[in-house]
Every structure is written in C-alpha cells, then in structure tokens.
Design a protein around this ligand. Structure first.
Ligand code: B16
Ligand code: MG
Length: 214
C-alpha cells in the first residue's frame, strides 16, 4: 500500500529548472564554454557544485577548488535574483489541487529537493504548508542519484520506503528513487526517464487513484 507521495521541486512543481539553466549558461558564456539546453539535462537534480563540475568537464576547463566555490556562488546569486520574481501562479497546472487532494485522502506529502533554495521557492509559491515535511539540499551530504534525500524524507514522515511514490523530472532523481526502494513517476520524456514505473508529461496528469497500481 502506498502511504506517502514525495515530490521533487524543480521541474515537478515549478519550472525553476529554466532559471537554473539561464544562470549556468551565463556563467558558461563568461568561461567561453558552449553550454546547451540538451547538456543541461545532465544538471537536473544534481548539486550545485556537481553541476559546475559537469560544465567545466564539457568545456575541458580545470580550476582550483577556491575558484570553483567562487563561480558556484556567483551562479547562485544570479539564480536567486531570477527567482525573486516567482509568483504562486507559476505552480504547474493542477499541482496545488493535487497536493491538497492527496492529504485529504490521507497520504503523507513530502518535498525532497536537492536545491538549497527550496525554502525560498516554497515561500514565494505560498505552498509550504501543504507538505508534512520538507527536505532540501542543506540537509543532505550526498545528492541525487544517491537515495539519501528520499530516505530522509520517508524517515521524517515515518513511512517505509516501499510505501512511497516519488515524482521526479531528472534522470538522477529517478535513479535515486529506485535506489531508495520507492516507486517512481517520471515527469517528462521517456528518453531520459525510461527507468521510472510510469511517465507523465506534467505532474498533475497522473491520476492519484492509480498510485497503488504502480
Ligand atoms: P541549488 P530539484 C535541483 O533541484 C535542481 O534540479 C538542480 O538543477 C540544481 O543544481 C540543484 O537543485 C541544486 O540547486 O543550486 O539551488 O542548491 O530538482 O532536486 O528540486
Ligand atoms: Mg527536478
């Protein structure tokens, strides 16, 4: 029996993935690295520093740890600037109602985002109160595809991993959910998310009365 639903944030609840891309591309441009939207797929769900390392690898650039810290901080300041304008209307269609319905039906609802900015985004979207627990990038050591973030979320709501369904838009996130022993609904295309138990175009396309059929 499924007792809990765990949501990723970027790309599942709101399109902050786009703001991440714009900020990373700005940094890549400064470094003389061509960074495309296709390559950006590799960054989804992974930590800030790991994202920077992927971009440097694409450009064949090697930098000191101190320089990498400086660049990651610069990218984050742009990202924070971009997301200041986020409004509740930007929540993907049907998702807010989905969160409300899940809790009405007795499911625990958790948020598990690799982002250290997740609290800010939830505040701007005015949906923090719809989650039983929020786990973000400030609370974990290993980011997705490691299962740590989902196992921590399950632990906090007191539900066994086998009774959780994860909604994820990133390949690394699907891998993390499966490694945690959870069911996973991929949000996006089968090319990247083929390992998920089910794939939908957008989060609210998944009928919640089918959670136990996954
Ligand atoms: P930050 P999610 C992830 O959020 C993003 O998908 C990923 O692209 C980003 O690098 C990561 O958060 C860290 O974000 O720099 O804000 O700490 O998809 O797990 O909600
Ligand atoms: Mg995501």
């Amino acid at each position: 029996m499924i007792h809990a639903v765990i949501f990723d944030l970027d790309g599942v609840i709101v399109d902050t993935a786009h703001y991440h891309f714009v900020a990373w591309q700005r940094l890549a441009n400064e470094l003389g690295i061509t960074f495309t939207e296709k390559e950006n797929e590799r960054l989804k769900g992974v930590s800030r520093m790991h994202s920077l390392e992927i971009i440097l690898e694409i450009g064949g650039v090697v930098l000191s740890e101190a320089k990498k810290e400086e660049l990651a901080t610069r990218k984050n300041s742009w990202f924070v600037e971009y997301i200041e304008a986020i409004r509740p209307e930007e929540i993907f269609k049907g998702v807010k109602q989905m969160l409300i319905s899940l809790r009405e039906k007795g499911f625990k609802v958790a948020l598990a985002s690799s982002s250290k900015n997740a609290e800010t985004v939830l505040r701007l979207l005015e949906i923090k109160g719809l989650f039983d627990t929020v786990v973000d990038g400030t609370m974990i050591i290993k980011s997705k595809p490691d299962p740590e973030i989902f196992l921590l979320a399950a632990n906090k709501i007191g539900v066994d991993p086998s009774e959780c369904v994860v909604f994820e838009d990133a390949e690394a996130g699907v891998e993390a959910a499966l490694a945690a022993g959870m069911k996973c609904v991929g949000v996006g295309s089968a090319d990247q998310l083929g390992k998920a138990h089910s794939i939908v175009k957008t989060t609210a396309d998944f009928p919640i009365d089918q959670l136990n059929l996954l």
